[in-house]
Design a protein around this ligand. Structure first.
Ligand code: BTN
Length: 265
């Protein structure tokens, strides 16, 4: 059965994977949401470096409770991490993950661009997203669940009509299928590399890399947060990964999280 062969292949390949920050794989062919499962496991004490991975998801979740279309062919994984850092540094973990995804996609002759805080886009359309969930108590980060979704071997018509216009897939961009297992391996190697930089508190380097791959800075953007809507020029990123917006009046506003839209694509 293809279900069993998927699970066996991932478990097999995980045995030969020499990546120090990845310790364990939990694999299902189909799962509701790898993020939900990883969060449940993390809250029960699951160790740092556990990867929850599925071939498809029935209730894939995006940011702001949006649905994340998760048909077979895409990459859906969540990693449990327990970094010892201030909770406000979590945004930087998103940025470093976005850089890791971007590096992986660049290996396939594509030129991804990062949109703050954590979208990965190719030719102006979203190809991958990151969903970061965390638990904080007494101003301490107990765990972070880093969810990564990448539209890999997916035909655009397999995605919901309403997201097709602003989304793309590796299959559509390259015109041929990519080996799923070697893609995951490259991805995990890059995630490991950038997580180590994060753990070593190389924050300036992460921000530098993110800016190099991003097309947000210098753009006119609209940011929606639960409490406000801000329009202005994306001016810079601060040391925590927050976006600094410069309004027409010259006033600067720092935003740690929100939904960002470019005024023109
Ligand atoms: C976004 O851009 O809105 C974030 C999308 C994150 C999707 C991934 S797929 C693996 C993990 N499990 C989920 O339910 N969501 C994340």
């Amino acid at each position: 059965m293809k279900e069993n062969s998927y699970i066996e292949k991932i478990l097999d390949f995980s045995k030969n994977l020499d990546i120090s920050s990845i310790k364990k794989f939990i694999v299902y062919y189909e799962m509701s949401s790898t993020n939900n499962v990883a969060k449940q496991l993390a809250s029960k004490g699951e160790e740092e470096g556990t990867v929850v991975i599925a071939r498809k998801q029935t209730k894939g979740k995006g940011r702001f409770d949006r649905k994340w279309d998760s048909p077979e062919g895409g990459v859906y994984l969540s990693i449990i991490l327990r970094p010892s850092c201030q909770p406000d540094k979590a945004t930087l973990l998103s940025l470093s993950t976005a850089v890791a995804i971007s590096k992986t996609i660049s290996n396939y002759n594509l030129c991804p661009k990062l949109k703050w805080p954590n979208d990965v886009r190719v030719n102006g359309k979203k190809i991958a997203g990151i969903l970061l969930g965390s638990e904080v108590s007494d101003d301490k980060l107990n765990y972070v669940v880093l969810g990564v979704g990448i539209n890999l071997n997916i035909k655009i018509n397999s995605l919901s009509k309403n997201i097709r216009r602003n989304s793309t897939t590796m299959l559509e961009e390259i015109g041929s299928q990519i080996d799923y297992y070697s893609f995951i391996k490259n991805l995990l190697l890059n995630l490991d590399k950038y997580y180590k930089l994060f753990r070593d508190k190389k924050y300036t380097l992460i921000i530098k890399e993110w800016k190099k791959h991003s097309d947000t800075i210098g753009r006119m953007v609209e940011i929606i947060t639960p409490s406000r809507r801000i329009i202005g020029e994306a001016y810079d990123i601060n040391e925590s990964g927050s976006l600094i917006i410069m309004k027409d009046s010259g006033k600067k506003i720092t935003i740690s999280s929100g939904d960002c839209t470019y005024y023109e694509n």
